[in-house]
Design a protein around this ligand. Sequence first.
Ligand code: HEM
Ligand code: HEM
Length: 184
Amino acid sequence: MAFHDTPRRYGAVSLLFHWTMALLIILQFMALGGYINDGEHWIGNTIVPWHTDIGLLLLILVSLRILWMLGQRERRPELHGRHAMQLMAKGGHFLLYVCMVLMPVTGILLMVGGGHGLGFFGIQLVAESEREIPWAIALGEWHAQISWLFVALVLGHLGAALYHHFVMHDDTLSRMTARRSGHL
Ligand code: HEM
Ligand code: HEM
């Protein structure tokens, strides 16, 4: 499989970014499990303690992904469907990127603004502090709101991918997976 994207399919690097980040983002959504049983369930004890670390890793990944995506713009596949559908898909993908950036940024504002400090897999990036930063907390409070928009977008995105595959029978899903072989 090609390293770069081609007009017929996404290349190895785009695939790796897409599916690694999709998995990590779904793990991040487990933080919503706090609404079940007041957070008293196994997810709250296993995945959510890594929320800050995974979130910061996602910020690094999305930065690299945006640079990569901009470099591939001319060669990557055209979106399928009529003009209106293409516009919706473009808008949806753009909003997914906006959420991928805003979630970690607002998360950092919440942690630092609240004086909780910031750690990344055991490395202390910002020390805890007695002083709160009100503007950072106010902006950080959008974290939970944006997460609902993000969940809705991902569900719509998943629905669209399945619709293309099972109803329209086009190659939208297969060009984003490794299954399709070929020299392009
Ligand atoms: C793409 C990355 C991220 C996603 C998808 C994500 C998702 C979520 C979700 C779904 C919640 C639950 C919201 C609710 O209770 O209604 C949450 C809460 C939280 N997240 Fe994140 N998060 C991300 C990154 C981060 C980062 C990088 C940090 C910190 C540096 C962070 C800190 C927090 C905190 C402190 C809460 C609990 C406070 C609150 O609910 O407002 N998150 N996150
Ligand atoms: C969970 C978080 C997810 C995010 C944030 C996300 C984001 C994106 C973005 C931004 C694109 C545009 C291409 C790019 O720049 O990489 C894309 C393409 C795509 N995604 Fe996702 N995705 C997620 C999950 C999924 C899932 C669960 C599926 C389906 C099972 C899926 C199927 C696809 C397909 C088929 C494309 C190619 C669309 C086309 O070329 O017309 N994605 N995704």
